[in-house]
Design a binder for this molecule. Structure first.
Ligand code: PLP
Length: 456
């Protein structure tokens, strides 16, 4: 890159998360400078359809003036106050009320913070606090699923079951966090095993693990309704019903990570609605503010709240909170986002266009590189395989999914390679049917390009 160009200065000064830093020094950044609807453009003026909505988050696209206005109004009126020591602000109060109204019926309280990682970390700490308060200090272990992505702070990083997010960090709390099989029937199902049988086997695995650890040591099970960054794993039939029955039997809480699923991604307000999950705790972020500003929330039931409230009184205070938790400008933008969802009937829009999205996605299963095409609502993935019949994967070193997403970029489409040689698709919720066609036409062209150069 030219000396002193944006790219050269990025390489000189910027550290990038989830990036091979040595490769970055060679390759440089993709600098995004503008956005309009579901489209973004780079510093050379090339336009791309943002097929992953940034990181599964830019639900309203990149030019929603109402969110700009909401931020500006709040910045002018009162740019900052906090929520410690009884302090509050109007946007925080209105947003909390609105979230409780939208949440599953059991939820009565919202606790605000800044990111999905913080929300999951906070949920874990609050559950430990809750079980201490209930006189069950041994009940602290947490079960998550392999492949799941729940964030990267210390507790959330332990929940995350992806090797690439754990490697090199020597995560120390190995006696607190456990992982069970990801519910991918395509990858994990046994020969001849039906979808329901697979669900039963996975629920039994959770039951066996809880029994072997001792139910009095297991506090919670954490899961996304549809696993997102782990490869868009859609749960098999009966999976959550069976798992929830196991958890109930052992007094183990269900934490629903709605960071990607939440706010209509699967067609309903929550992924929990789509899969008939009754969560004890729900975490959300990303589409909560259409990602115009960072904000997240932990939603809890009155029963849970009562226990931690008593304990906070005993200790003098809750002992948890963030300088920017309930930032008034982020809260105002989130509140406006939820109003837009309501007024623009975003849920209805997703339900109207998602059959077309899912039809185009399903058609990709006929492509020679695609082993499985899976999805629900406006989220999906294709899994790439060497042999469609035997499901034999490509060698990881062949980097086939990154080749496909690389060709997508050339065709003006941004998608993301996911673990398990998958390519994730998760466009802004405002996408039209015509844009869905553009997305899949470009992805098909990219798949054809890669199929044409792979050794036979
Ligand atoms: N949970 C899920 C399901 C996610 O997909 C993510 C991020 O992609 C997180 C939690 C972590 O959120 P953040 O990156 O805002 O910390």
């Amino acid at each position: 890159s030219a000396p002193n160009s944006l790219a050269a200065r990025d390489i000189a000064y910027t550290v990038h998360g989830y990036t091979n830093l040595r490769q970055h020094e060679e390759q440089g950044p993709l600098v995004i400078t503008g956005g309009e609807g579901v489209w973004v453009s780079d510093d050379e003026g090339k336009k791309y359809l943002e097929g992953l909505a940034g990181l599964w988050c830019s639900s309203l696209g990149f030019s929603e003036k109402r969110l700009v206005e909401a931020a500006r109004r709040q910045l002018e009126r009162m740019p900052y106050t906090h929520t410690f020591s009884h302090r509050s602000s109007e946007p925080v109060i209105e947003l909390s009320e609105k979230l409780v109204q939208m949440a599953p019926a059991s939820v009565t309280k919202a606790f605000l913070m800044n990111s999905g990682s913080e929300a999951n970390d906070t949920a874990i700490k609050l559950i430990w606090y809750y079980n201490n308060a209930r006189g069950k200090p041994e009940k602290k272990r947490i079960i998550a699923r392999r492949r799941a992505y729940h964030g990267i702070t210390l507790a959330a990083g332990h929940l995350t079951g992806l090797p690439y997010a754990r490697a090199g960090f020597d995560l120390p709390m190995s006696d607190r966090f456990f992982h069970v099989t990801a519910p991918s029937w395509y990858r994990e199902g046994l020969p001849g095993e039906s979808e329901e049988e697979f669900s039963t086997r996975l629920a039994n695995e959770v039951d066996t693990l809880i029994r072997s650890l001792g139910a009095d040591t297991v506090a919670a099970f954490v899961a996304e309704p549809v696993m997102g960054a782990g490869g868009v794993v859609v749960p098999p039939k009966g999976y959550f019903e069976k798992v929830q029955a196991v958890l109930k039997k052992h007094d183990v809480l269900f934490v629903a990570d709605e960071v990607i699923n939440g706010f209509y991604r699967t067609g309903n307000t929550w992924g929990c609605d789509t899969y008939n999950i009754q969560p004890d705790i729900l975490t959300c972020a990303k589409q909560l503010s259409a990602s115009y500003l960072p904000i997240s929330a932990v939603l809890m039931s009155q029963d849970f709240y009562e226990v931690i409230a008593d304990f906070s009184a005993k200790h003098g205070n809750l002992g948890m909170g963030y300088t920017y938790g309930g930032h008034p400008v982020a809260a105002a933008v989130a509140l406006e986002t939820l109003k837009i969802y309501e007024e623009d009937k975003t849920g209805e829009h997703v339900r109207a266009v998602s059959p077309h999205f899912q039809k185009r996605l399903a058609q990709l299963a006929d492509h020679p590189l695609v082993g499985e095409a899976r999805g629900v609502g406006l989220i999906g993935a294709i899994e790439l395989v060497r042999d469609k019949k035997t499901r034999e994967p490509f060698e990881v070193s062949a980097k086939v999914a990154p080749q496909v997403t690389g060709r997508c970029l050339a065709h003006g489409l941004i998608l993301r390679p996911l673990p398990g040689d998958a390519v994730g698709i998760c466009p802004p919720l405002i996408i039209t049917e015509a844009e869905i066609d553009q997305l899949f036409d470009r992805l098909t062209a990219a798949l054809d390009d890669v199929a044409g150069v792979l050794p036979k």
